[in-house]
Design a protein around this ligand. Structure first.
Ligand code: BES
Ligand code: MN
Ligand code: ZN
Length: 492
């Protein structure tokens, strides 16, 4: 939790004091008892240093962080991550933060969000306590860490305005945590039905509507491409439609469609063991749209948004689809399945058609862990974007700037769409390796009925093996903030 107070009310309450100041911060801004300890340090920009002092008669640790001259999102993020790591080592429960430089003004929202998320980590399956089979093993403490922060603001930062920012940052952090939690749960726990239950709980908690359709309804509704993927599994699929209609001033509706493969074995185009081991993360797009609509509802944002998830497993069985099958779709197009491992776009195709024709959305944005190719092209920190609409792209670009979630645009040229041409049906589900991210995206666009469309490929960014400054090891929660902020941008 974070509490904000004006600097004039500074009183040492926590065991740790963090002083955040810039190179040009006047020393006069320092509370007098800190002035002495400052002399002990030769501070380098962006570095965090600890010093033990016995000032005010009580031993305490002061962490100084000198803000770099060129303060930007990434620098602050690295600093915050480092800070929280040190706090964790010091087992700090109550922390005072002196924000002594008004230069952070533009970045306080990010700072609050980063502080709230930096100690988050997925440790619920790491048992704590002494292991009876190995009594010599030390009690292993939980790794996730959530101290209480009291942040004292320098004069240039108005308390009321900052409290508003903190409130929004806390709701965004909550949405991001939600998405991370859903993605991190393994496939044996987070089945399509369980995902539906989680979404239902979030709808009650945050105030949005939800409808869940089961395997019989999915077939009745004509979601043939989705069902073709789902039918090979003994674990039944679910189709989720979530609505938050909170802007009566306009009839405009935005659809957010998230890929919801709770497991992707590759099907008969089976994946090798190493790449299959993390394929419980293949519902990262679903987690992002669920996290985004939860956040928008919690914020009571003035938007009309419908989030759609086609949740299923891609498995092998006597009922599974084959490489070479020709399947139908809600749009009426026949699809040649050249590769059962290009399953995400098949499930998205029907969900996108549903958004365009049943929901009659005016704009559609889909988000998916869709192609390994996007990680090869852009790495693990940049989400690939394809869009045929400049308004949507601008909204995403603005959201990227504000959230720190990096994006880069890939082409949607007509000649690339031709890669998906089939000799045996209307379209095929893979255009091969060249421009694999763009051709996968353009497959999805073929089901958007010409509606303005945008597409986020988070296969490289949704899940990471090692912790970074941005997120702990595992799910990153990428997409929640991008989608929530882009949605608000589109309804401005
Ligand atoms: N779920 C995968 C993509 C993926 C890769 C997600 C790495 C997360 C991390 C997707 O369904 C897939 O298998 N894509 C294939 C497409 C190919 C068969 C055209 C791929 O990228 O290899
Ligand atoms: Mn696949
Ligand atoms: Zn997949």
């Amino acid at each position: 939790m974070i509490t904000l107070k004006p600097l004039s009310q500074y009183q040492e309450t926590g065991s740790i004091t963090i002083t955040l100041m810039g190179e040009k911060t006047p020393r006069a801004n320092l509370p007098s008892e800190l002035k002495d300890t400052l002399k002990l340090l030769d501070l380098k920009p962006g570095k965090l240093e600890a010093v033990k002092t016995a000032a005010s008669g009580k031993l305490r640790v002061v962490l100084y962080a000198r803000l770099p001259g060129e303060l930007n999102y990434d620098a602050l993020e690295a600093l915050t991550a480092d800070m929280v790591k040190q706090l964790n080592e010091l087992k700090a429960k109550q922390v005072d933060v002196l924000l002594l430089d008004a230069a952070v003004k533009e970045l306080t929202s990010s700072f609050y969000k980063q502080l709230l998320l930096a100690g988050d980590c997925f440790d619920r399956y790491q048992t704590s306590g002494v292991d009876p089979l190995d009594p010599g093993r030390e009690d292993k403490p939980r790794e996730s860490f959530e101290p209480d922060f009291t942040i004292y603001l320098i004069k240039g930062l108005a308390l009321k305005a900052e409290e508003g920012k903190l409130h929004r940052a806390a709701l965004l952090a909550e949405g991001i945590r939600t998405a991370r939690r859903l993605v991190n749960e393994p496939a044996n726990v987070l089945t399509p039905e369980r995902l539906a239950q989680e979404a239902r709980a979030l709808s009650k908690q945050n105030g949005f509507d939800i409808e869940v359709y089961d395997e019989l309804q999915i077939q009745d509704m004509g979601l043939q491409a989705f069902w073709s993927v789902a039918k090979g599994s003994d674990t039944p699929p679910r189709f989720l439609v979530m609505r938050f209609m909170n802007n009566p001033d306009t009839a405009e509706v935005l659809a957010l469609v998230g890929k919801g493969l709770t497991y992707d074995s590759g099907g008969y185009a089976i994946k090798p063991a190493e790449s299959m081991a993390t394929m419980f993360c293949d519902m990262g797009g679903a987690a992002a749209v669920i996290g985004a609509i939860s956040t928008l509802a919690a914020m009571k944002a003035r938007v009309n948004v419908v989030a759609i998830v086609a949740a299923c497993e891609n498995m092998i069985s006597g009922r599974a689809f084959h490489n070479g099958d020709i399947i139908g779709s809600l749009a009426g197009k026949n699809i040649e399945v050249v590769n059962t491992d290009a399953e995400g776009r098949l499930t998205l195709a029907d969900a996108i058609t549903y958004a365009a024709t049943v929901i009659k959305a005016d704009r559609i944005i889909d988000i998916a862990t869709l192609t390994g190719a996007v990680g090869i092209a852009l790495g693990r920190e940049i989400t690939g974007v394809v869009a045929d609409d400049e308004t949507i792209f601008s909204a995403l670009a603005r959201a990227s700037e504000l959230s720190g979630d990096k994006i880069w645009r890939l082409p949607h040229c007509e000649h690339l769409a031709k890669h998906n041409k089939s000799e045996r049906a209307d379209i095929k589900n893979s255009g091969g390796r060249p421009a694999g991210t763009a051709t996968a995206a353009l497959f999805c666009r073929a089901f958007a009925f010409g509606k303005p469309w945008g597409h986020l490929d988070i296969a490289g960014t949704a899940y990471q093996d090692k912790a970074s400054a941005k997120a702990p090891a595992g799910a990153t929660g990428v997409g929640v903030e991008l989608l929530a902020l882009a949605t608000m941008e589109l309804f401005r």
